[in-house]
Design a protein around this ligand. Structure first.
Ligand SMILES: [Zn+2]
Length: 315
């Protein structure tokens, strides 16, 4: 074996060992999985909302309750990703716990205000009982945020690094609701929807992944902070004074207005592009419009419009 052959053999062996390591342990070993990533990959802090949420949940009791709460999460897999320092937002663990916290709060406050579409926290626990695994981004034209593997495979979800750094806490939580539905319902053929939308479901309103993501977003849009935290009393603050000196008060939404507006945009894009039978957009144009309909809500009359006729097949 000459020098070049040795070199090739060595490179191939290292690659094989790394692949085997990843397959056996699930531990991210790819160079693309370096965390924290380059600063260019972080969503701007005002939008990500991680700092805002971490100050609420990051106590020892909360960390352990969020971390252990019936998800079979493997400490070894998350060890190098912030497992020992869950409140350090440079690493994925804290960012993951922020989104779990938001799902739990949406369920808790929703129950106080008359109920949500689903009890979202319980829903995740029922459908993700083999836990969540971290994965390096694969690159390529369409980089997934997450992938669920249903029984009999595993009943677990892989979470890719871009989810933690390039998506806000509310958007991450919406993804978790989407993925949990894949435990019992897969997507249909992509060509039946918009060709640019690989996650295609048949109809909005059926119990599929896209519907669940939107239902979660819809519930989150009208979830408001309580004061003191953990009670059923909505926190009301002064928001603005009109030119005539009239002070208007309103509740404080759990997700920021910026993110609520983005959730509405994201939901509208899914409603019109990711169903074989496209649905109308949400009836609320923006977060302010949601606030103008005060609780208690009519949970039978939800925020979504009516369905549209079947789309033309994309050839
Ligand atoms: Zn999906």
């Amino acid at each position: 074996m000459n020098r070049i052959q040795w070199r090739i053999t060595w490179v191939l062996s290292v690659a094989a060992v790394r692949l085997l390591q990843e397959l056996l342990s699930g531990t991210p070993v790819s160079a693309g999985c370096t965390v924290p990533p380059a600063s260019a990959r972080f969503l701007d802090e005002g939008l990500s909302e991680d700092s805002r949420f971490v100050s609420t949940w990051c106590t020892d009791t909360e960390v352990s309750s969020l971390w252990s709460s019936d998800f079979d999460i493997d400490a070894e897999e998350w060890r190098d990703l912030g497992f020992r320092n869950a409140c350090d937002l440079r690493y994925p663990v804290g960012r993951f716990l922020s989104s779990l916290f938001l799902v739990r709060e949406t369920q808790r406050i929703g129950a106080l205000q008359g109920g949500n579409r689903k009890r979202w926290w319980n829903y995740l626990r029922e459908n993700e009982d083999s836990g969540y695994s971290p994965k390096c981004d694969e690159g390529g034209a369409v980089q997934p945020k997450a992938k669920h593997f249903p029984e009999p495979l595993d009943s677990s979800t892989n979470l890719y690094m871009n989810l933690f750094y390039e998506h806000s806490v509310p958007s991450r939580a919406m993804t978790l609701a989407h993925e949990a539905a894949h435990e019992y319902e897969g997507h249909t053929f992509a060509f039946r929807c918009d060709p640019d939308s690989p996650s295609c479901d048949v109809e909005f309103g059926e119990d599929n992944a896209n519907t669940n993501g939107i239902w979660f977003a819809e519930d989150l849009l009208r979830t408001y902070e309580t004061s003191p935290p953990g009670t059923g009393t909505l926190l009301s603050v002064r928001r603005s004074t009109s030119a005539e000196g009239e002070v208007s008060c309103r509740w404080v939404p759990l997700a920021s207005d910026r993110n609520r507006n983005r959730l509405i945009d994201e939901s509208n894009s899914i409603l019109t592009n990711r169903f074989v039978y496209p649905a109308e957009e949400m009836v609320y144009a923006d977060a302010a419009a949601v606030d103008r309909a005060p609780p208690p809500y009519d949970f039978l009359g939800h925020l979504i419009g009516v369905k549209l006729p079947r789309r033309e097949r994309v050839s």
